[in-house]
Design a protein around this ligand. Structure first.
Ligand SMILES: C[S@@+](CC[C@H](N)C(=O)[O-])C[C@H]1O[C@@H](n2cnc3c(N)ncnc32)[C@H](O)[C@@H]1O
Length: 203
């Protein structure tokens, strides 16, 4: 992995998200599988506790090329999104792939495994979401810390919804979400190895 001073090192990750070739191959491999995520994305969109016409702000953690952001911006036609990611190459690809949504999203590059990452994100969000990204960190303590850092980014009345793998076990992840202050934490949908889970920031 290129680990220059200006590249973000995903220290806990076996992927090479800093390589344009790796990212391009990953995206090519993912494209034919996108339809398999439609049901989970639909459920996630329908769990966001705002009507579809509201101008909500969405934060997509580890947004990659923006599959979930794109889906949500189409479902919420007045919404805008911040796509957070650690990979410049993913951000470049996302900007190309979401050209038709230019002006409604912006990438912010930072490493959510490093303390202080949430300070790079300005303001708060009605919906903080993530798809198949946070598990990349692997270390349970860091994932717990990420959830802790997500809480202040969520507006009161908003939610954090994560579509991710069962690493660490969902029970642990839900326990951390409850401990950080999220209410009505639950698994909204569960497949063989992935689930949509999260909670709400109640008044
Ligand atoms: C499997 S891809 C998923 C991308 C997108 N969310 C999707 O569902 O198509 C994982 C993404 O998480 C990002 N990522 C992994 N570790 C990260 C970290 N520590 N900080 C920020 N982004 C990270 C990668 O750069 C990559 O774009």
């Amino acid at each position: 992995m290129a680990n220059t001073s200006d590249s973000i090192s995903h220290r806990h990750d076996h992927h090479d998200w800093d390589s344009d070739e790796y990212v391009s191959n990953w995206a090519k491999g993912q494209d034919p599988k996108e339809k398999d995520r439609h049901a989970a994305f639909t459920l996630l969109a329908d769990t966001i506790p705002f009507s579809k016409d509201r101008p909500i702000r969405i934060l997509d953690l580890g947004a990659g090329y923006g599959a979930l952001t794109q889906f949500l911006l189409n479902r919420f036609p007045n919404a805008t999104a911040i796509c957070q990611d650690g990979s410049k190459e993913m951000a470049k690809l996302g900007a190309e792939r979401m050209r038709n949504l230019t002006g409604r999203f912006e990438y912010v590059l930072c490493d959510f495994a490093r303390a202080g990452w949430n300070e790079k994100l300005k303001g708060s969000f009605e919906a903080v979401v993530s798809s198949i990204a946070i598990h990349n960190v692997r270390e349970p303590k860091i994932i717990e810390a990420i959830y802790h850092d997500v809480y202040p980014l969520v507006k009161t009345g908003g939610c954090f919804l994560n579509f991710d793998r069962s690493r660490p076990p969902w029970e642990d992840q839900m326990m951390w979400l409850r401990a950080t202050g999220f209410k009505r934490v639950k698994i909204f949908w569960q497949g063989e190895s992935r689930a949509v889970f999260g909670g709400f920031k109640d008044t």
